[in-house]
Design a protein around this ligand. Sequence first.
Ligand code: TYM
Length: 365
Amino acid sequence: MKLKRLLSTSIQEIRNFNNIPSDSRIFSLIQPTGKIHLGNYLGAVKNWKTLSNLSHLENKCIFGVADLHAITIPKLATELKEYRYQAIASLLSSGLDDSQCILYFQSSVPEHTELNWYLTCITSMGQLNRMTQWKSKAKQGENSTITDDKVLESTKAGLLCYPILQIADVLIYKSTHVPVGDDQSQHLELCRDVAERFNSIYQTDYFPIPKTILTSNKKILSLKNPNKKMSKSDPNQNSCVYITDSPEAIKMKIKKATTDSIQGQIYFDPEERPGVSNLINIVAGIKDLSIDETVNEMSHLKDHKQLKDYVSEIIIEEFTPMRLKYNEFMNNKDYLTSIVNKGKEHAKEIAEKNIKEIRTKIGMD
Ligand code: TYM
């Protein structure tokens, strides 16, 4: 019952961002695990750009790079450093403008980790155990549980506790809206629960209960296996188109995308035609059209080859300017550093004020 209530009130598939109140705080992060792919772009980052472009939400948006989350899967220091640059270059080349939003590295604001501890103390192990993402990251089966001896031994605490850090990220800025893809919905459901618990334990209404903003492109599927999401960690890299892919690479990946054997007219049917429907969804996301409008625009396409040529062109057109900008940004790391340093100052200002208030709420001042 409670879950139903939360789903109906807190998850919004918002088409008209103008309805978001001007006193909102919009927040989201992306992990620095390489360049941004189509799923990240259409499920999250494109919306970040749209939101931060709205005059009534200018300077209400905080976006950044979740570098503390990235080390739940350890990396070499040189690799992490490069990935952090790549992530911020990807965000800038996707069109985010640091004069309209804060862009920063999560680790540069230590208040996240202080709040993480306070929230760890009020989150149950059972709730963490029920999260699905740590299971795939720890390479455990969907039905595995932390109480299995083998799983317990082989799973790092950071992977299990990861959602609490994510909740701290959101709440340290008293965020009201979190634009993410579908795979983050469960973490944000937990976020609302923990925010409510904090407010209840400390008899306050300090934390707003943040809403999840999902778009119709909340789940972009793998090009090779349209039963799972597009993911950077997929061993088959043909399943994933990156914003930095060359036109040739994009054409090749779309050409090899799994479709079906249904001949003739292209139509949207995620059950019967998951591969084709995924391609239609990608075009809808890039062109900002509904599925019906997109299918209408595609009515002249007569077969899979024509569909794939069309989809490749649309992606290439969208990503080519980004790829060129990305290369420029990556050649100017001083500039990237100056952007995140400026972002850090602004983010810290908000986080320092809030953590002082939070310490007072819990008697730690
Ligand atoms: P990450 O880095 O995996 O993904 C960044 C964003 O991209 C979305 N996304 C997708 N959307 C649609 N289709 C897909 N195939 C797809 N793949 C990824 C994700 O939903 C996400 O919005 N834990 C987060 C980062 C994070 C965060 C936060 C997000 C850390 N703290 C606080 C929001 C608020 C993550 O790993 O995202």
